[in-house]
Ligand binder design. Structure first.
Ligand code: S3P
Length: 450
């Protein structure tokens, strides 16, 4: 089932060369943070290029529930009139974050040090995901929580009335956990310190600094030590959201595997904590270039040019790169299916607790389409079949996971037989224009009964 309505089955058929310009939507991570930090500022934040996917719309609605005024002006332009750090009102309704782990975990952090009680829920995918990774560190501030067995949503949090700042070492590589602790630290007096052994996406740190918080990051032998001074007055900002590298991954990877393709994906944020996929693809022999490299809003940005790459080779992806491409392994496994040799992906246990168990979802679907996949608890290996040799023909389950749905639709663009997806509805959470954008490039995706 789609998160909001009936399933939307789709089929992807082999197509001719993909060509043209793919203007992908705004970055999902930065969009959530723009709304939340805007709501925690005093005054009006204005945002252009906001991703208007369901995940972000659910965060916008949640911010209204806490008392912020969030207004849509059309064409990706939004304003947020915030209530200030510590100014969140108690919502009179349950906060429904839909499919979004980022939404719920960041919002839990943002409310955790205010004396309010909030009940959170989501769709079947989100209600199956672990929340103790966030509520455990929030308990150190004095936040109480009660949820379902295994720390699952629906869950109620009672914010700490007299929060104390914490020092916390994040036990799993997770930007969501790191960000939840930092957002909670905003309303605690004194210094909150977060230590992460592996660098994860650093948008929260960059944006907190941009909004005027006192925050420092030190690289040490044990990892990144982030120190935030609590109870700042955040100043409203003008934010231009860069286009999402995680969405760019789909037209880029499609162009690499469809013969004759040449696609330009302009204005992509290439923050090093996000760009691991593109480095990996280049190591595999992809014809992928960065054009017009520049800086926008403090983030490195470039236009990506991807062309059909006939000589892709399987590689061993360095495990230390995992955090910088964690959302891109599903579509990487599709490209790996068309490479020569094995692509080995290790150190990726986190893939098992995303919107779906992404290793399992991809392994089952790829095998059904004629690709050999081996897997273990925190690793998987795809044995490529080379171009023109991937059979296709199967129906794949998307498990309420947008990236699984899009990955299998990309697969079908270069297989011998069409690939079917049982429910492509979840794509609307992150990439609502995926279908028309891919059609414009030349893809043959049809809505069909699978
Ligand atoms: C995100 C962090 C990552 C990523 C998610 C977005 C964020 O999750 O998978 O899509 O915006 O902070 P984890 O923190 O669970 O790794």
């Amino acid at each position: 089932m789609s998160s909001h309505g009936s399933p939307i089955p789709m089929s992807s058929n082999a197509c001719g060369p993909l060509s043209g310009v793919a203007n992908v939507p705004g970055d999902k991570s930065i969009s959530h943070r723009s709304l939340i930090l805007g709501a925690l500022s005093v005054g009006e934040t204005s945002i252009t290029g906001l991703l208007e996917g369901q995940d972000v719309l659910d965060t916008a609605k949640a911010m209204r529930g806490f008392g912020a005024t969030v207004t849509e002006h059309g064409d990706g332009k939004w304003t947020v009139n915030g209530v200030g750090v510590g100014g969140f009102a108690e919502p009179d309704q349950v906060i429904d974050c839909g499919n979004s782990g980022t939404g719920v975990r960041l919002i839990m952090g943002a409310m955790a040090t205010s004396p309010i009680t909030v009940t959170f829920t989501g769709d079947a995918s989100l209600n199956g995901r672990p929340m103790a990774r966030v509520t455990d560190p929030l308990a150190l501030f004095g936040t109480q929580s009660v949820g379902r067995e295994g720390g699952r949503l629906p869950m109620t949090l009672v914010g700490a009335a007299n929060p104390i700042p914490v020092e916390y070492t994040v036990p799993v590589p997770s930007a969501q956990v790191k960000s939840a602790v930092l957002l909670a630290g905003l309303n605690a007096p004194g210094k909150t310190i977060v230590i992460e052994a592996e660098a994860t996406r650093d948008h929260t740190e960059r944006m907190l600094a941009g909004f005027g918080a006192e925050i420092s990051v030190e690289e040490t032998d044990t990892g990144r030590v982030i120190t935030l001074t609590g109870q700042p007055e955040l100043k409203p900002q003008q934010i231009d959201v860069p286009r999402d590298p995680s969405s760019a991954a789909f037209p880029v990877c499609a162009a690499l595997i469809v013969p004759g393709s040449d696609v330009l994906v302009p204005g992509i944020g290439l923050n090093p904590t996000r760009a691991g996929l593109f480095t990996t693809l280049r190591e595999m022999g992809a014809d992928l270039t960065y054009e017009n490299e520049r800086e926008e809003g403090g983030e490195p940005v470039a236009d990506l040019r991807a062309r059909f790459s006939p000589d892709l080779k399987g590689i061993e992806v360095p495990p230390e790169r995992a955090a910088s491409m964690i959302d891109e392994y599903p579509v990487l496994s599709v490209v790996a299916s068309f490479a020569e040799g094995k692509t080995v992906m290790r150190g990726v246990k986190e893939l098992r607790v995303k919107e779906s168990d992404r290793i399992d979802a991809m392994a089952v679907g790829l095998r059904a389409n004629g690709v050999e996949v081996e897997e273990g608890p925190d690793w998987w290996i795809v044995t490529g079949r080379g171009h023109g040799n991937v059979q296709g023909g199967a129906t794949c389950a998307s498990h309420l996971d947008h990236r699984i749905a899009m990955s299998f639709l990309v697969l079908g663009m270069a297989t011998e037989n069409p690939v079917h997806v049982d429910d492509a509805g979840p794509i609307a959470t992150s990439f609502p224009i995926f279908e028309p954008l891919m059609a414009e490039l030349g893809a043959h995706i049809t809505r069909s009964a699978s």
